[in-house]
Structures are given as C-alpha cells and as structure tokens.
Design a protein around this ligand. Structure first.
Ligand code: GLA
Length: 363
C-alpha cells in the first residue's frame, strides 16, 4: 500500500466574529497556508503520529480510549475518535504532518490539522463523508476531545473554501454562498505576534454569557433574538451580558449587510462594516487588545484600504485588512513601523487571496 497526501488550509474571517456558536452568519475565506499530511495505511488499528514542527512521535491504539495529553496529538487523535463516534470505523495509519499555518495566531491551525486528519483517515478507510458532516465531526473533535467549545466556522471553511471567494455561511442552517473577491482586491493579514490570555477559557466564558442572554429572551440562540426584541428589553440585562448580546446581535446584522455590499461591489461599505465590527469586539465583546487596536488604527492611515479588524477569537493574533492590490506596497511600508514604535515587535504580514478547501494532493 502506498502513501497518499492530503492538505487542508487555514482561514481568515472577513466579518462575523463570535457569531458562529450563536447560530449567526460568518464570512471566512480559506488562505494559502496549509497543513499537509502524508498518510500510510496500516494493517492493524494503530495510529502513529509525527510532525515536522514538533519532536515527539505518538502511537495510539484505536481500540483503547486515551485521555488528552495537552499536546498537538490531541487534535488528530480526537478527530479519529470523533470519526468513529459518528460511525466511521477506521483503519490504522501512519500520519506524518507538516504545516505552514502560523500556530496560535488565530488563522485556524487547529482546524487545518483536524480537517487534514479527517480527510486522510476517511479516505484510507474507504468512507465518503458528506462535507458538512465532515466539518461537524472535526468541530466535535475540538470541542469534546480538546475542550475548546468552538463553533463550526473554522472547520467548515477549511473544507468548503473556494478559490477567489469568501463564503457567507449561515451557522444555524449551514446553508452557504460563495461571495466573489475580485482579482484587484487583497486580504492582508497582520500578525501581532502576541497572545494575552488563555483563549480557551475566556472563549468558553463568552459562550456561556451568550447562552444566558439567549435564555433570558426565551430563545435557543442569540440568532433568534431580533434587534427590536433586544432593544425593547436590554435594560433588564446585567451589563456584561447586555454588552455581549449587543455585539452578537449587531455583528450578525453587519455580516448580512457585508454580504450584500460585497455582491454589489461596494467595498467602501464593506470596509465600514469591518471597522464597526472591530469597535464592537473591542468595546462590547472585550476580546481585542492594544496591539490589535494599533494595527487597525495603522491600517486606516493607508490609502486604498477599505477596512480592517481583528480576526478570529481575539486576545492577540491577527488583523485582516481589505484593500486594493495597489495599496499593498503602502501598507507593507507604513504599518510595521507604526506598530513597532509602540510595542517593539515586528509584525508579520501575509498578503492573501482566497483558495480552495481541503483536498488530496495528487502527484
Ligand atoms: C475561533 C473559533 C470559531 C469562532 C471564532 C470567533 O476561531 O474556533 O468557531 O467562534 O473563534 O469568531
């Protein structure tokens, strides 16, 4: 039996932050950073995991349940468990990973690891899993085996990404629509290279606040609370819960509007919505930080930039700026010194275009 190679991309979210686990809209795009896995089937039920980025090599039997190790192996192992829990019996395999998705930068290195694993193991084991279910299995792996109670966005886009398009996804119905990003536009990611909090615990805490807010309105999800219903009763909410709900309900509306702006080619409007999203994440959801705020402020000074905001869970990580291709040189020149002057850190900048989702790499 010969080895086969699969790869899954990281992602950037253009708008719709902290809305996925509230059943709202998100608009991510897959980007040209990948986790690649070379997979060799085994005759037994052993999973042998290695990575070019980490020294350890792990060996597990799929017939015994091993608790998490608090290491990178939890993601592929959890994915294997979730596949089997969903009824897909797996063959053993040797999985050798390599990745150029920046780790811990909010560009979904974990989703890329889960999705590449799921695609490899499902294919080697002869299963054709519908893509939506594959995304749900990977989300389950992260939520149940790793303990990060994430939404569906990252895994979904790593599978459903499309060249030259962002994807507007309704996280309640999982209906989605590809939204073209014309060739003259660029998505520029600025990596702050800071990480301030245990993102996992703060994230799970935000999630609980949202659940309390939805329960207050007697609804299963904040998606089901209209802006009018919120306005009528927001005064009765405890201030922190009120701010969290205000962000989510506003962000869902902004993301729908951003979808329309993109369709109409109104990038100016799209950019305004990005800035408004950042402000709301900063003041109401409280997941931004000084470094991300600075990067957004610096982006605003560059001619040809339509909009900028923090992207991903927050507390550090990256910003995303939408701009004309002609604005890129100015951005690369102007933004790093403004950031470095304040924080003494050289940010990493990645100029991106949207790419296709996970696939087998054929020789
Ligand atoms: C992380 C999660 C996603 C989503 C974002 C915030 O990336 O994995 O599910 O909730 O944060 O929008």
């Amino acid at each position: 039996m010969s080895a086969r190679t699969f790869r899954a991309p990281g992602r950037v979210n253009l708008i719709g932050e902290h809305t996925d686990y509230n059943g709202g809209f998100v608009m991510p795009a897959a980007i040209q950073f990948y986790t690649t896995v070379t997979a060799l089937p085994r005759a037994d039920r052993k999973l042998v995991l290695s990575s070019a980025q980490f020294p350890d090599r792990y060996e597990f039997s799929l017939d015994e349940r091993t608790p998490g190790r608090n290491a990178w192996c939890d993601y592929p192992l959890g994915t294997a468990y979730s596949l089997e829990q969903a009824g897909y019996k797996l063959t053993g395999a040797e999985l050798a990973f390599t990745s150029d998705v920046p780790i811990g930068a909010g560009l979904s290195s974990s989703a890329a690891l889960e999705v590449s694993t799921a695609l490899a193991l499902a294919t080697l084991s002869g299963h054709h899993i519908p893509t939506q279910q594959l995304a749900e299995i990977c989300q389950h792996a992260e939520s149940e085996h790793v303990g990060m109670k994430c939404g569906i966005m990252d895994q979904f886009i790593s599978i459903h990404g499309k060249d030259d398009h962002a994807v507007l996804l309704d996280c309640r119905s999982l209906e989605y629509k590809a939204a073209p990003i014309p060739g003259h536009l660029r998505l520029v990611i600025a990596n702050s290279k800071v990480k301030h909090e245990l993102t996992g615990s703060a994230y799970n805490h935000r999630r609980r606040d949202c659940e309390s807010a939805a329960a207050f309105f007697g609804k299963p999800l904040l998606r089901d609370v209209t802006p009018q219903e919120f306005a009528a009763r927001e005064g009765e909410l405890e201030p922190q819960i009120r701010r969290r709900a205000r962000h989510v309900i506003g962000e869902i509306a902004r993301t729908e509007q951003a979808g329309m702006a993109l369709e109409a080619g109104d990038y100016g409007r799209f950019g305004e919505l990005m800035y408004a999203s950042h402000e709301s994440l900063k003041t109401d959801y409280e997941v931004s930080c000084e470094e991300l705020d600075k990067l957004v402020e610096a982006a605003r000074t560059v001619e040809g930039v339509y909009g900028s905001r923090m992207t991903g869970a927050g507390f550090g990580g990256c910003t995303i700026s939408l701009m004309e291709e002609s604005a890129v040189p100015g951005f690369l020149k102007q933004v790093p010194p403004l950031y470095t002057a304040t924080f003494g850190i050289q940010p990493d900048l990645y100029v991106c275009r949207p790419v296709n989702g996970a696939h087998e790499v054929l020789a």
